[in-house]
Unconditional design. Structure first.
Length: 318
């Protein structure tokens, strides 16, 4: 028991240190996206209970290292998702023959998406409504766009004030959606990284899943479709809420689209080059490519595209 507590304390302190170091030295900002890694390593190796202790240590450490921050929202936004991923990933189910299987990745990802949606809606309620959030965000985006306009002026270029205001409004409306997608990806990438590290050292509780078999529950597609339709039909504060919800629910289908690409390229000559070019295009034309890959994930969910492709491709492991 003492060993478990020691590991939890070390993990919680490590995550807190990685999170606050950029405030003292800018180069450490490169490490900031990896702050959940110690929490995930601890949980996936020692179990959800030890992970919960590590999360408590993380919260206490943040209260000491960053006293100006509000600890409870900080833990809810940046700490609880790690524990949720651990708890979901370690869920077990026995079949009729007594064979035990762990939760599939799609279950973990879809549950994390719902957590983000519920968290965002709770923030809307407790902050005074969607307009209050938009006004708060506009106070930042207006300042940013004002500085951007001044920078253009120094270069001899100008931007009409109405365009500046419109860009500021658009930026404010999309910031929560972008933050949810980025944070979710950060946790999922760190979870995959943590599982890989532990599996190579035979320290992982669960076996590493075959990610190309990534599949989502049908109810998520219904929720995503309803949210997308609402966002396309409504504007104003309702459109702002539905945009954020749609982004959170779209991410799992984007990941399913990536799984489709990995299956479709199996057996192709120079497969590594094809995947490199695919991810390069994903970065270079982010907006269009993200939409297309997400749509590919939806098509796969509806038609079983991967199943048909897998039947005609040679089997190998990734």
């Amino acid at each position: 028991m003492h060993r478990e507590i020691g590991i939890a304390i070390a993990a919680g302190l490590a995550s807190a240190m990685i999170m606050v170091l950029p405030a003292y030295a800018v180069p450490f900002a490169l490490l900031a996206p990896f702050f959940p890694l110690p929490l995930l390593l601890c949980g996936l190796a020692r179990g959800a209970t030890t992970g919960a202790i590590a999360l408590c240590v993380f919260g206490l450490a943040m209260a000491v290292l960053s006293p100006a921050a509000s600890v409870l929202p900080l833990v809810a936004i940046y700490g609880l998702p790690a524990l949720l991923v651990v708890w979901l990933a370690l869920q077990q189910k026995a079949d009729a023959d007594g064979q035990v299987s762990f939760a599939p990745p799609g279950h973990v990802v879809s549950s994390l998406a719902i957590y983000c949606v519920v968290g965002f809606l709770a923030a809307v309620v407790f902050s005074g409504g969607p307009q209050a959030i938009l006004d708060f965000l506009r106070s930042f985006t207006d300042g940013f766009m004002s500085a951007f306009g001044q920078a253009l002026d120094t270069q001899g270029a100008t931007m009409p004030p109405e365009d500046v205001a419109k860009m500021s409004e658009t930026l404010a409306a999309t910031l929560p959606a972008a933050a949810i997608v980025y944070t979710s990806l950060m946790y999922l990438v760190n979870a995959v990284f943590a599982q890989s590290i532990l599996a190579k050292r035979n320290l992982a509780i669960r076996p590493t899943p075959v990610y190309r078999t990534f599949w989502l529950p049908s109810w998520l597609l219904i929720a995503f479709g309803a949210s997308l339709a609402g966002w396309l039909l409504l504007d104003g504060t309702a459109g702002f809420i539905l945009l954020t919800v749609t982004a959170a629910l779209a991410l799992p289908f984007f990941l399913q689209g990536l799984a489709v690409m990995h299956v479709l390229t199996r057996g192709l000559p120079g497969r590594g080059l094809w995947l490199f070019l695919f991810y390069l295009l994903l970065v270079l034309i982010t907006g269009v490519s993200v939409v297309l890959v997400t749509a590919l994930g939806v098509v796969d969910h509806l038609t079983g595209l991967r199943a048909r492709a897998s039947a005609s491709r040679p089997s190998d492991e990734e």
